[in-house]
Design a binder for this molecule. Structure first.
Ligand code: CAA
Length: 259
């Protein structure tokens, strides 16, 4: 399939998706999200696809988050809509897919980038990867399921610390707290993902799908996601959000006033 912001390739029953906006550190703008929604749906309905590997173009970033420049003047309503459609069409669609998704985290996985990796069923990080949810530096909170999935993966204490400090952690720290399954050399990243999918390919496809569905059912907290969507929208109404985004664009430190 031909996309503008993704490279998608099907080989040996594995669909390889590369987010391809290297100059913007593979940030997820609207067009990329729409293409991701399309390719995720394609993976779900194409029988010969037995697993999916998602990675980012280049050696610096998996995905550095949602495209900040695109939503700098959003209203609360638009923020809510962004989070809701993103969650429905991409992040929840990946998590609820019948096909196993592996995130090959080849560098920065920040904000929406870490949320994308967390929506996948398995995460492998390269040694140089840095992971974090820096939204509060912009006067925002995660909006693509991050508050829920990080808590599910690492527990409430670590999740709150990571989200409200906005600190990034290394791949090795991420493995220690259960945020990634493996840490490997960058050159071995795709090979490790293929090794796992090749093992899964030996298993019964319907059972694999049923197992994924059952595990996800055990953690499905609909109210939590809804709260996040509404709070994400509200952030767009604050002055601190405007300050955070302006400071990012002007490459200076933000001065927050708590309003
Ligand atoms: N959105 C848009 N553009 C981005 C971006 C993003 N999330 N992240 C990086 N870029 C762009 C930069 O603006 C820059 O573009 P220009 O060359 O045109 O100026 C280019 O990518 C390279 O980035 P830097 O020059 O900043 O690279 P660096 O090595 O100095 O820093 C970084 C790397 C620490 C990852 C830094 O780019 C950064 O902090 N990025 C933003 C991370 C972030 O805040 N992500 C959360 C977004 S909000 C979100 O995701 C909400 C949600 O949950 C839905």
């Amino acid at each position: 399939m031909a996309y503008q912001n993704l490279i998608s390739e099907l080989k040996d029953n594995i669909l390889y998706i590369t987010i391809n906006r290297e100059k913007a550190l593979n940030a997820l703008n609207k067009d990329t999200l729409a293409e991701l929604a399309d390719v995720v749906a394609f993976a779900g309905k194409t029988e010969e696809i037995r697993g999916v590997i998602i990675t980012g173009a280049g050696e610096k970033a998996f995905v550095a988050g949602a495209d900040i420049k695109e939503f700098s003047d959003y209203t609360g309503k638009q923020g809510e809509e962004l989070a809701r459609s993103g969650q429905d069409l991409v992040f929840n669609a990946i998590e609820n897919s019948k096909k196993p998704f592996i995130a090959a985290v080849n560098g920065f996985a920040l904000g929406g980038g870490l949320e994308l990796a967390m929506a996948c069923h398995i995460r492998i990080a390269s040694e140089n990867a840095k992971l974090g949810l820096p939204e509060v530096t912009l006067g925002l909170i995660p909006g693509y399921g991050g508050t829920q999935r990080l808590t599910q993966l690492v527990g409430k204490g670590k999740a709150i610390e990571m989200i409200i400090t906005a600190n990034m952690i290394t791949a090795v720290e991420a493995e220690k707290i259960g945020l990634v399954n493996y840490v490997v050399l960058q050159t071995d990243l795709i090979g490790k993902a293929e090794e796992i999918l090749n093992a899964i390919k030996q298993r019964a496809p319907l059972a694999v799908a049923a197992a994924i569905k059952s595990v996800i059912a055990s953690i499905n907290e609909t109210d939590g996601y809804d709260t996040e969507i509404k709070e994400f929208g509200k952030c767009f109404e604050t002055s601190d959000f405007k300050e955070g985004v302006t400071a990012f664009v002007e490459k200076r430190k933000a001065v927050f006033l708590g309003k």
